[in-house]
Design a protein around this ligand. Structure first.
Ligand SMILES: CC(C)(COP(=O)(O)OP(=O)(O)OC[C@H]1O[C@@H](n2cnc3c(N)ncnc32)[C@H](O)[C@@H]1OP(=O)(O)O)[C@@H](O)C(=O)NCCC(=O)NCCS
Length: 326
């Protein structure tokens, strides 16, 4: 089965989440203490945990419990550094403060998924760089595998080496098509686009097709990079032709990503549907930015048809475009 993690932000007003977080923190501190020459004394542990919980609130502070099914498997904790914060500070950097996967869930890829989630939060918060101080035993090999480099400086706070990495831009080349799920379909159902592309909004429209789980995984997918949804993809086979429709996530639009997105969707569709025939699509003749992206990837104009715009009774010109069989 597909691995999935559910993330829940901890806040002081949710006693149940705080309880789960506290018990994970004691496990984490015990393990970190075993690896450290300066273990955190017992009498400070509870105070420290409570102070972390009390600090939650700002939207660029992320303390999330990580669940697989009903089982809490760990937590992630990161924030954007600001000048007025206490301690060692790199203003504007994403700072990964605490990070934990329970021992029986390690080496299964969960740590990597959680890191990608936090990196995505930093990206959305506007950070270009991130840093951490690495636990020398379990932390170091993991963070190096995630692409962090030791910058040969020790943190004045805990005397551990500082590791840094740039916050990666969205990478379409790593995008994979996955079946929609309750969570991903619900997220997509809220997508809205800037004018004049608001006709493509998912909100205000009946999302009957998107939310029809009988077509998930056969006709409806999302393109994801780790935990980030890059786009929504639908397809239908008509003889040997595959008709497609897709939307890139709104926050990625208007930045020159179109061709990379379409190119990845095409190769992923060919892979998962084992489709070698033509790929066909219908696009509004006014949607020049989409047409340009399609042409870059190799789609060719076949004909113009007149049809109703979805969810309205207005008639408009649409281009039918094709990508040749392979
Ligand atoms: C560090 C930690 C979060 C890693 O979580 P994880 O779920 O085991 O990590 P993943 O399975 O996603 O590992 C991704 C990759 O990291 C590397 N890696 C992770 N742990 C490693 C280790 N102990 N030795 C060597 N490589 C390791 C591997 O390349 C791994 O890929 P692979 O297992 O497919 O070869 C987890 O070990 C942990 O919670 N440790 C205790 C707390 C801690 O050290 N936190 C970090 C504080 S700085």
């Amino acid at each position: 089965m597909e691995k999935q993690i559910k993330y829940v932000q901890v806040s002081a007003d949710n006693a149940e989440n705080c309880k789960v977080y506290k018990s994970l923190m004691y496990e984490y501190i015990d393990e970190m203490n075993e690896h450290s020459e300066r273990p955190l004394p017992k009498e400070f542990q509870q105070k420290w945990i409570n102070s972390i919980i009390a600090m939650q609130g700002p939207t660029d502070r992320h303390l999330e419990l990580c669940y697989v099914g009903e089982m809490p498997i760990g937590f992630l904790y990161g924030k954007i550094d600001h000048e007025d914060h206490k301690g060692f500070i790199k203003p504007g950097y994403g700072y990964i403060m605490e990070f934990y996967v329970r021992p029986d869930h390690r080496r299964k890829g969960y740590g990597k998924m959680m890191f990608k989630r936090l990196e995505q939060s930093f990206r959305l918060d506007g950070a270009e760089m991130m840093y951490l101080t690495a636990d020398p035993v379990t932390g170091k090999p993991f963070w190096e595998a995630m692409g962090f480099n030791n910058i040969n400086e020790k943190s004045p706070e805990n005397q551990l080496y500082i590791y840094e990495k740039t916050v990666s831009p969205i990478g379409f080349e790593y995008g994979v098509l996955k079946s929609l799920t309750k969570e991903t379909a619900a997220e997509i159902a809220h997508w809205e686009y800037e004018k004049p592309y608001d006709a493509y909004n998912f909100t205000n429209h009946q999302n009957g097709y998107l939310l029809d789980d009988s077509t998930w995984g056969t006709e409806q997918f999302c393109l994801v990079d780790g935990e980030t949804i890059l786009g929504q993809v639908a397809c239908q086979l008509d003889g040997t032709d595959l008709w497609v429709g897709w939307s890139m996530a709104p926050q990625l639009c208007g930045q020159g990503n179109g061709a990379a997105f379409v190119d990845r969707c095409v190769s992923e569709l060919r892979r998962i549907k084992s489709h070698t025939g033509r790929i066909l699509l219908r696009v509004s003749a006014h949607n020049l930015r989409a047409i340009k992206a399609y042409q870059k990837v190799g789609f060719r104009y076949i004909e113009t048809i007149q049809d109703e715009i979805a969810y309205s009774d207005r008639i408009e010109d649409f281009w039918i475009m094709e990508l040749s069989a392979r």
